[in-house]
Design a protein around this ligand. Structure first.
Ligand code: HEC
Length: 139
């Protein structure tokens, strides 16, 4: 192959690499979870609504960080696959957010208030739990 063919080939390979990288980044985006991957009764619309709540009105970000990776001596990392208080199933995440974590049970000694102290409705708790459920899958 001459130099021109070779450079075309390099360009195509570079373009393919970019497409692969973009697809991978998009797959990490919460909106792209396929319905069949989500727990029963959870929709991708709930995950998106929950993502907004997490970094907004639900106050989760104050103790768990905007990206959910936790704040030292405060809220736990929610993006890893290790759970301190629950088994990580969707229903247990819903229950934990509803009930919070007592100071005695918290490894940081800091309590998590029921419904994050944000007066969340049951539907909002389910939405934010749906988002939290996806966090440990995006590792
Ligand atoms: C006032 C601070 C605070 C707020 C606000 C808060 N949390 Fe927490 N959260 C905690 C603490 C403290 C723990 C227990 C951490 C520990 O034991 O190390 C915890 C634990 C958790 C756990 C269990 C983690 C595990 O490993 O078992 C989940 C899930 C969770 N929070 C989700 C949320 C969500 C979702 C929100 C928003 C709706 C929220 N939290 C708001 C402080 C907070």
């Amino acid at each position: 192959m001459d130099i021109r063919q070779a450079s075309t080939r390099v360009t195509i390979m570079a373009a393919a690499a970019v497409v692969t990288a973009v697809t991978w980044v998009a797959a990490r985006d919460t909106g792209t979870f396929e319905a069949q991957q989500l727990p029963d009764g959870v929709t991708s619309a709930m995950v998106s609504a929950g993502a907004e709540l997490f970094s907004g009105d639900a106050l989760c970000h104050a103790c768990h960080g905007v990206d959910g990776t936790g704040v030292a001596n405060l809220g736990a990392d929610l993006t890893d696959t290790e759970w301190k208080h629950i088994d990580g199933s969707y229903t247990e995440i819903v229950d934990l957010i509803t009930e919070g974590v007592a100071a005695e049970a918290s490894t940081s000694g800091i309590p998590m208030p029921p419904r994050a102290g944000a007066n969340l409705s049951d539907a909002q708790v389910r939405d934010v739990a749906a988002y939290v459920w996806t966090l440990s899958l995006t590792q």
